[in-house]
Design a protein around this ligand. Structure first.
Ligand code: SF4
Ligand code: SF4
Length: 162
């Protein structure tokens, strides 16, 4: 895996680590995507999930998701100190999907704002409308509308000040 030297992980690497939900689960509704490939001593996400969908063998193991238990509520997105958890909803008809992500910058994100959509490498991939915002402590949990083909690529946003 080259993500350590590259500085960000790719979809293919996530796939080979079995960290992506299967296509049939993605078609059913919103589901969590945990992009936490390092074996670090953290298990906050395990206790955060009200549906016991996340588990770990040991405290430093990679978190694993039971895709059938996850309802895509986003609670774990708010709890992760590594900002490594997302919810993807690619189940709606049409060409749009919805990515829920953590956001800790200013200006404060608000519903209906249009933001730049950023990939894991920070590249601008397009623009998307914010459809939902809630907060937990100092983290905003933002759901943004994205082109369906970018559902596994958009992992951050940039709100340009006017
Ligand atoms: S999105 Fe909700 S149900 Fe799914 S793993 Fe996270 S906390 Fe659990
Ligand atoms: S809470 Fe975040 S950083 Fe900690 S193990 Fe879970 S996904 Fe990784």
């Amino acid at each position: 895996m080259e993500y350590r030297s590259r500085g960000y992980i790719t979809v293919d690497e996530l796939k080979s680590l079995r960290l992506l939900p299967p296509p049939e689960r993605l078609r059913k509704g919103p589901v969590v995507v945990i992009e936490c490939p390092e074996e670090i001593p953290c298990n906050i996400c395990v206790g955060a999930c009200p549906f016991n969908a996340i588990s770990m063998e040991k405290i430093y193991s990679i978190p694993r998701v039971d895709w059938n238990k996850c309802i895509g509520c986003g609670v774990c997105v708010a709890y992760c100190p590594g900002l490594a958890i997302f919810v993807v909803d690619a189940s709606k008809p049409g060409d749009k999907a919805y990515v829920t992500l953590p956001y800790e910058f200013l200006p404060r994100p608000r519903k209906n704002m249009v933001a730049d959509l950023l990939g894991r490498d920070g590249r601008v991939l397009g623009k998307g409308r914010i459809v939902k915002v809630w907060s937990y402590r100092k983290t905003w949990i933002v759901t943004v509308e994205v082109p369906k083909e970018l559902a596994m690529e958009v992992r951050s946003i940039w709100i340009r000040e006017k």
